[in-house]
Design a binder for this molecule. Structure first.
Ligand code: BG6
Length: 499
C-alpha cells in the first residue's frame, strides 16, 4: 500500500469494466485506497460498457465482485461510498461517433464531480483492443493535455514478440507522449519486488559483493501449482515464455542486476533497468536451443487437486506444442556480470508454488577445516522470496555444537509479517495511486519492453522452428522436466531445492 498525500482530483475511465481484472483487482484496489484515505476528494469512475448495461447493473456487479474478491473485510458504508462514484457510458472503438459522444459525456460527468479534467484511461481489455481504443481517444481529442493531465494504463501482454511490441510502441507514440503511457506489470506492485532496490541500495553491505567476484550465479524461479484452467484460448497462443519471462521474470532480473541509479526518480531508475535488459546477450537460435528447456504438463495430482492433461484443456488444440514450462540460461554482457549465468524457470501445474530470486555466492576458496571439503559445505544463498512467504533469507555454514568441528548449513530468516502489520492488498493499489500522482517509476518504458522482447526473441524463433521436437512432457505435480536440472548440471550447478 502506498503512503502519501491524496492525489489531485481525477476521473478514472475503465475500458473492460465488466471483465475479470476490474472485478478481481481494480475495484478491490480502489476500495483499499479509499480505506487508506488515498483517493482524491473529487473522484469518479466511469466504466465503458457495451450497449444495454445500466449504471445500476454495473454497480451491482462490482459490489458482488468486491465481496467475492477482496482479501479485506468489506465495510458496507465504505463500499457504497466508492461505488457511488461509479457511472457507466457506452462506447465502441469501431464506432468513432460513440467516442465523440463519450468525450462530451465525460466533460459533463467531470463538471458534476468537479474532477477538473484530469483523466486516467485504464485499458483492462484484451490486447487487440489497445490500439483501436488509443487511436479513438486521441482522434476525439481526449489525450490532449490542456491544463489538465491525460494518462493511459496499458495492461499486459504488451506485444507478442519484438516486432509487435515495437509496432505497438511506435503507434502509441504517434498518438501521445511517453510520459502519458503507463505500461503495467503487476509484479512491480508487489512489496517484496519493490524492496529489491531498498535491499541493494539502502544497505552498505550487499553492494560491494554484488558482482562477478563474489556471486557464482543467480536463479529466478516463478513456479505455480495451478494449471491453465479456463484460460486455454489465451494460453495456447501465448505459452509460458511469453506469458511470464519478458515481463515478470525480467522485472525481477532487472532489479537484481541493474546498476545503482544516480537518483530515485523515474528517468534514472528506468534508464538503468533498460540498460541492463539491453545487455542480456542476444543468443543465436542454436545457442537458444542449447540454453533452454521447454516442457508441457500432462495430467497428474497437485496436492489434492487433479489436473487434467494440458492438451485436453478447454480451448487448447489437441496436438498443441505450447510450452507450460520454460527454463533459460542467460548471460549479461557487462563488467559486473560477465561470466555469471542467470538461470530462469517458470511453469504451471508444478508441485509447489514459489516465487524467488536466489543469489548463489561463490564457495570459500580453500578447505581449512579438516575432513570438510569445500564442495561438501552447504551453499551460500541469499534468497528474496515473494511466494508463498514474503521475506529474505540467508543461508550460511555454522559449527555444529560439540567437541569436534562439524559444519552444517543454517538459515537466517526475515519475514515481512513478523515486522510489519500490513492490511491485505491486491498489489494494484500502489500502481493505480502512482498513476494518479504521475509517478511512472514502477511502469515499463518503451525501451525496456523492447529490450525484454529482444532477449527472448531467439528462444521464440528457435522453439517455433523446432515444433514438437524438444518439447519435454512432465507430470503435473512434479518439479517440471528433468532436462531443466541438466541445464544447470552441465555447468556443475543445481537448482535450489524448493520446499
Ligand atoms: C499473469 C500471467 O500475468 O501472472 C498468469 O498471465 C500468471 O499466467 C500470473 O499465473 C502470475 O502472477 P502471480 O502474481 O500470481 O505470481
Amino acid at each position: 500500500m502506498p503512503n502519501g498525500h491524496k492525489p489531485d482530483p481525477c476521473c478514472l475511465v475503465i475500458f473492460g469494466v465488466t471483465g475479470d481484472l476490474t472485478h478481481r483487482l481494480v475495484i478491490p484496489a480502489l476500495y483499499n485506497l479509499l480505506a487508506g484515505n488515498l483517493l482524491p476528494d473529487n473522484f469518479c469512475v466511469v466504466g465503458i460498457a457495451r450497449k444495454g448495461m445500466t449504471g445500476e447493473q454495473l454497480v451491482e456487479s462490482l459490489m458482488t465482485g468486491l465481496h467475492q474478491f477482496s482479501a479485506r473485510k468489506i465495510d458496507d458504508t465504505l463500499a457504497k461510498k466508492l461505488l457511488s462514484c461509479v457511472t457507466c457510458i457506452e462506447a465502441d472503438p469501431k464506432d468513432p461517433a460513440s467516442f465523440d459522444a463519450m468525450s462530451k459525456q465525460l466533460d459533463r460527468i467531470e463538471d458534476e464531480r468537479r474532477t477538473g479534467g484530469n483523466r486516467l484511461f485504464y485499458l483492462a481489455t484484451p490486447p487487440n483492443a489497445f490500439l483501436p481504443i488509443a487511436r479513438e481517444l486521441a482522434r476525439a481529442g481526449m489525450m490532449a493535455e490542456n491544463g489538465s493531465w491525460r494518462r493511459i494504463i496499458i495492461e499486459k501482454p504488451f506485444g507478442t514478440d519484438l516486432e509487435s511490441a515495437r509496432h505497438l510502441n511506435h503507434e502509441l507514440l504517434k498518438l501521445m507522449d511517453e510520459q502519458q503511457i503507463y505500461r503495467i506489470d503487476h509484479y512491480l506492485g508487489k512489496e517484496t519486488v519493490q524492496n529489491i532496490l531498498v535491499l541493494r541500495f539502502a544497505n552498505g553491505m550487499f553492494e560491494p559483493i554484488w558482482n562477478r567476484n563474489h556471486i557464482d550465479h543467480v536463479q529466478i524461479t516463478v513456479d505455480e501449482k495451478l494449471g491453465v484452467g479456463h484460460r486455454g484460448s489465451f494460453y495456447d497462443s501465448t505459452g509460458a515464455l511469453r506469458d511470464m519471462v519478458p515481463n515478470h521474470l525480467f522485472q525481477l532480473l532487472s532489479l537484481v542486476a541493474m546498476e545503482p541509479p544516480a537518483r530515485f526518480d523515474a528517468h534514472a531508475v528506468r534508464s538503468e533497468k533498460a540498460e541492463v535488459l539491453s545487455s542480456i546477450q542476444t543468443q543465436s537460435e542454436d545457442e537458444a536451443l542449447k540454453n533452454s528447456v521447454r516442457g508441457q504438463y500432462r495430467g497428474g495430482r497437485v496436492g489434492d487437486v487433479e489436473i487434467e492433461d494440458y492438451r485436453k484443456t478447454e480451448d487448447v488444440k489437441p496436438g498443441s506444442t505450447t510450452e507450460t514450462y520454460a527454463a533459460l540460461k542467460l548471460t549479461i554482457d557487462n563488467w559486473r556480470w560477465a561470466g555469471v549465468p542467470f538461470y530462469l524457470r517458470t511453469g504451471k501445474a508444478l508441485g509447489v508454488k514459489r516465487t524467488e530470486i536466489a543469489i548463489k555466492f561463490k564457495q570459500a576458496p580453500f578447505a581449512m577445516f579438516r575432513d570438510t571439503p569445500v564442495d561438501q559445505l552447504s551453499q551460500n544463498y541469499l534468497v528474496i522470496s515473494t511466494e508463498p512467504v514474503e521475506g529474505i533469507e540467508l543461508q550460511f555454514n555454522t559449527k555444529v555444537p560439540g567437541p569436534s568441528i562439524e559444519i552444517d548449513g543454517v538459515e537466517m530468516k526475515f519475514r515481512y509479517k513478523d515486522y510489519f502489520k500490513a492490511e491485505p492488498s491486491t498489489g494494484y493499489e500502489t500502481l493505480i495511486y502512482d498513476c494518479m500522482i504521475g509517478d511512472n517509476i514502477l511502469f515499463q518504458r518503451a525501451d525496456s519492453v523492447e529490450a525484454g522482447w529482444q532477449a527472448v526473441q531467439p528462444f521464440l524463433d528457435a522453439w517455433k522452428k523446432a515444433g514438437a521436437k524438444g518439447l519435454k512432457i512432465y507430470d503435473a505435480g512434479t518439479e517440471g522436466p528433468e532436462e531443466a536440472d541438466e541445464l544447470l548440471a552441465r555447468d556443475g550447478r543445481s537448482w535450489r531445492k524448493l520446499a
